[in-house]
Design a protein around this ligand. Sequence first.
Ligand code: ZN
Length: 203
Amino acid sequence: MKRNAPVAQLDRAAAYGAEGWGFDSLRAYNMFTRINPMVENKKYNEDEKWMKEALKEAHLALKKKEVPVGAVIVYENKIIGRGHNQVESLKDATAHAEILAITAASNFFDSWRLKGATLYVTLEPCVMCAGAIVLSRIERLVFGTFDPKQGACGTLYNIPSDDRLNHQVEVVPEILKEECSKILIEFFQKLRTSKATTNGGNH
Ligand code: ZN
């Protein structure tokens, strides 16, 4: 277990017997959900489908030379909001993929409450985005890869599960983990080799 998740969470997860699933992402998924594995397997396939859409958004960010992070919000089997990181293009530190997707979904609902919606994002949300996810009453958060530097959904903090806040969000980590981290790793490798200067770890 490489991830820096809270100890209590890992203890709890260990009780759900992930043996036999074979690969890490499915195992992680199962550990965090605790529901019938057969039912969950179907849900997992759905999650992969929507994460591919979030990855498309990450590729749009990449084209703009932005840190490639993408997000979509799904409600009743339909995308109601999309977004990709545009911090550099918009010169706005708040222009993260999740925030833009939440704004789009709120427009769709004509309400700030996104009850029953699931947010898919390729990278573990930061403090700001995790806060926005809680405030918008999103029901589920599915993310691709953990962010050791800014992650606020299990890595540095665990805002979606913090029961001191008045809304908790179900969190499903590491869906399409390889693809989601690969695009980021390649981006930063290229950045280093070209010695380009940007403001670093923002997404
Ligand atoms: Zn963020």
